[in-house]
Design a protein around this ligand. Structure first.
Ligand code: EPZ
Length: 418
């Protein structure tokens, strides 16, 4: 199994271009199923989750080509409505294909996506919304058999929680439904806006994407289009944390500062100097990081849960004690045990992590427990004394496009050992 080897203590320097957003490209690739023609997706990150999505598209009868960061998908001949169990297991967020497959074919068969490292990850909000849109769902033998016998009919849906995936599934299912669908208490993440922009460029009529109330006027069909994926705000703050823990100055290009407001304010509170110019920023960290009394993860535009592990790794070497309260996922802190092997002093009580800053971490052998927890270990390894060997790196490769190459371009002493 491949491992990432990091020798800590080196200052970083230079400039990087931030990858396209994983959590935007996945629902947009699902959305290409609705388009009767060719879609060209630019700024597509090279991720294993993208590879899995392309395998699903191929399974459905779509044709695709991928060249560097450009993917073209032709969905003229969709001839299946099933996602095989192995692909559902490979990527639980494949559930976002459900709305698009039903929208295109009227039916879908998927295996229950099950849980993941972050917890049980229920999909009750997805399923109850699809049922309101006219989908009959039979769950048996670990599979979901979905059938919109009379087609999808627009309706009003109130989400009890602003679920990102459920909001995306409803938008995808409603785009070609009969009539109007209104989503109340919709998720407001930037990735929702990007999905709505992509679908509208293919002929959909979606209003309010990115707000808490989304209106979808169903249209007969969607056509091919060209779209560029928004920058990945979580990848951006991951590289910023690498600079923060090594006292470095680096530049990030191709960011959307307006998507990062809550995170930039936390980084500034920790003592990072951040100058934003257009779609770039320069982060300088001249002195030891400072404690942050309390950080709480919230739905957008609050501080995102995905940035939690990254900031916890950063604050593990700050002056004083920081408290992080996780309000979204049950098992967000699984990586903490691995981080503490490197000398951090973090105590977890239910949904609260208390991070007592230490002067220096020490390199150790550790394993990724999930995507962002794995990224946190890379951040920690860059400032630890000595060598850190990180195993189970497939978690990291799901969401970071060439993180090792990117950090090496910033002068980090890091490599992948096959
Ligand atoms: C998306 O997951 C992201 N994944 C996650 O990023 C991100 O952490 C999460 O949104 C929150 O921002 C993708 O976009 C592919 P949710 P999703 O539905 O859609 C509960 C990463 O690291 N819930 O907003 O699954 C759920 O259990 C990944 O990039 C229900 O109870 O998130 C959780 O507690 C990890 N029933 C909360 O809502 C449902 O039907 C948030 O889930 C759906 C969700």
């Amino acid at each position: 199994m491949s491992e990432i080897i990091v020798n800590g203590g080196k200052k970083l320097s230079g400039s990087i271009t931030v990858q396209g957003a994983k959590n935007s490209v996945l629902p947009i690739l699902a959305g290409t199923v609705l388009c009767d023609g060719e879609c060209v997706i630019n700024n597509c990150p090279n991720l294993s989750d993208v590879e899995t999505s392309l395998k699903i598209l191929s399974q459905l009868g779509c044709l695709y080509q991928k060249q560097d960061n450009v993917v073209s998908v032709n969905s003229e001949n969709v001839n299946s409505n099933e996602i095989p169990e192995n692909l559902m297991r490979e990527m639980r967020s494949s559930v976002v294909f459900l709305g698009a497959i039903i929208g295109r074919t009227g039916k879908a068969v998927i295996s229950s996506p099950g849980g993941c490292e972050l917890g049980p990850r229920p999909i009750d909000l997805h399923l109850s919304a699809l049922q309101k849109l006219g989908v009959e769902i039979i769950e048996e033998h670990g599979f979901l058999y979905c059938n919109a016998k009379n087609g999808l009919i627009g309706t009003e849906i109130h989400l009890s929680f602003p679920s990102v995936g459920a909001t995306e599934n409803i938008i995808l299912a409603a785009a070609t439904a009969k009539g109007v669908t209104v989503i109340h208490n919709a998720a407001r993440e930037p990735e929702i806006s990007d999905l709505a922009d992509f679908l509208n460029s293919a002929g959909a009529r979606i209003y309010g994407g990115g707000s808490d109330t989304v209106y979808i006027h169903g249209v007969k069909k969607l056509h091919g289009t060209v779209h560029s994926i928004i920058p990945d705000r979580i990848a951006a703050v991951t590289y910023m944390a690498c600079a923060a823990v090594t006292g470095s100055k680096i530049e990030l290009r191709n960011i959307m500062p307006s998507h990062m407001v809550s995170m930039l304010s936390v980084y500034r509170e920790s003592g990072c100097n951040i100058d934003v110019t257009g779609k770039s920023l320069v982060i300088r960290v001249p002195q030891k990081l400072k404690r942050i009394p309390t950080i709480r993860s919230q739905v957008y535009p609050g501080f995102p849960t995905d940035a939690g592990p990254i900031v916890i790794a950063m604050q593990s070497v700050a002056e004083g004690t920081t408290v992080f309260v996780e309000n979204i996922f049950e098992n967000r802190f699984r990586f903490v045990g691995e981080l503490n092997r490197m000398g951090s002093k973090i105590k977890v009580e239910n949904k609260v992590a208390v991070i007592e800053g230490v002067n220096r971490l020490s390199g150790a052998n550790c394993n990724c427990t999930d995507l962002r927890g794995g990224a946190a270990l890379v951040v920690a390894g860059l400032c630890a004394n000595g060598q850190t060997v990180i195993g189970e790196i497939s978690h990291i490769l799901r969401g970071y496009d060439d993180i090792v190459g990117t950090l090496r371009s910033l002068n980090a002493d890091i490599k992948i050992k096959e």
